[in-house]
Design a protein around this ligand. Structure first.
Ligand code: DGY
Length: 307
């Protein structure tokens, strides 16, 4: 029987499967363990089941030498230094596939919401500012017969493309291995949605020069990681009218403080990293994370191993 540290309570059946075979130490608080508590608990564990908020690097692994497997309850693994884990022969697993639709749904919901100005409309109603119908009231952008540019062509980017096609949009994409050059995508797309993992190469992939290339009428959506966007540049692009609006599920940092300068920008909708937040999706993510750990602790290959 191994000891597994779980960095957040996972209210799903998967946890019971883990408990049947192993001793489980759960961080019960809603907020992530502070760094020192995380390390102390990891030092007593054989394996870790983590979420996107826990950072693991080589130093951390050296100080917690008992850890021999890590399952991230997420598809993104930028919180873990995969190279450091590989150098120490510690397998790392993620949860691909099961959150594709939920995340693409949020991306498309953000696009619709900002293009059709739903947050503004709702605020008018609730604040008693709903004036009689007027032909020029709250005009937004169209989606049908426009071009949706998708940056990153993995599962979620392709699921976003299917949603766009369903709404009558033409799809173009740009990725490391296929599609059109990024600059061409930015210049020709009516709307742009970002779906790349965060890596050293994609950090601030969208900065001032990229926003400047976009159409002034274009909406921008990010459901990948906050670090892929230079937020100061995004704020300026919104303030200067270089793009029409933006919808974000991810920011840097997270949580984004309520007084962050980004939130002074107009035509911006931010939701708190809820791309995968459906009951079924989160339960399936927990299942895959537990499958990864059970396999590794039994001496088998993780079904979804990334390092
Ligand atoms: C992921 O899986 O990477 C999401 O950001 C969290 O669900």
């Amino acid at each position: 029987m191994a000891r597994v540290f779980i960095s957040r309570d996972l209210p799903f059946p998967a946890l019971d499967r883990l408990k049947e075979q192993h001793e489980v130490d759960v961080w019960e608080e809603r907020t992530p363990p502070p760094a020192d508590a995380f390390l102390a608990r990891a030092q007593e564990a054989d394996a870790l089941l983590l979420t996107v908020t826990e950072k693991v690097d080589g130093d951390f692994l050296d100080q917690a030498p008992s850890v021999r497997a890590i399952a991230n309850c997420a598809v993104g693994t930028d919180n873990i230094d995969l190279e450091a884990a590989a150098q120490r022969d510690i397998p790392v697993g993620n949860t691909p596939g099961v959150l594709t639709d939920a995340t693409a749904d949020i991306a498309f919901a953000l696009l619709l919401a900002i293009a059709r100005r739903l947050p503004e409309g709702e605020a008018e109603v609730r604040e008693g500012r709903w004036a009689p119908w007027h032909p020029g009231h709250m005009l937004g952008g169209d989606l049908a017969d426009t071009t949706l540019g998708i940056i990153g062509w993995g599962r979620i980017g392709q699921a976003m493309a299917r949603r766009g096609e369903g709404f009558g949009m033409k799809i173009v994409h740009s990725s490391r291995s296929s599609g059109i050059p990024l600059d061409e995508l930015l210049e020709t797309s009516d709307h742009v949605s970002l779906h790349t993992p965060l890596t050293p190469e994609t950090k601030h992939l969208m900065g001032a020069p990229q926003f400047a290339r976009m159409k002034k009428t274009a909406y921008f959506v990010n459901t990948s990681r906050g670090g892929t966007v230079d937020q100061a540049a995004l704020k300026d692009a919104l303030k200067n009218g270089e793009i029409a609006g933006a919808g974000l599920d991810v920011t840097d940092p997270e949580p984004l403080p309520a007084d962050d300068p980004l939130l002074t920008a107009p035509n911006l909708l931010v939701v708190p990293h809820v791309g995968s937040a459906t009951v079924r999706t989160r339960s399936r993510m927990a299942d895959l994370a537990v499958d990864n750990l059970l396999a590794a602790l039994a001496g088998d290959e993780m079904p979804n191993r990334v390092a």
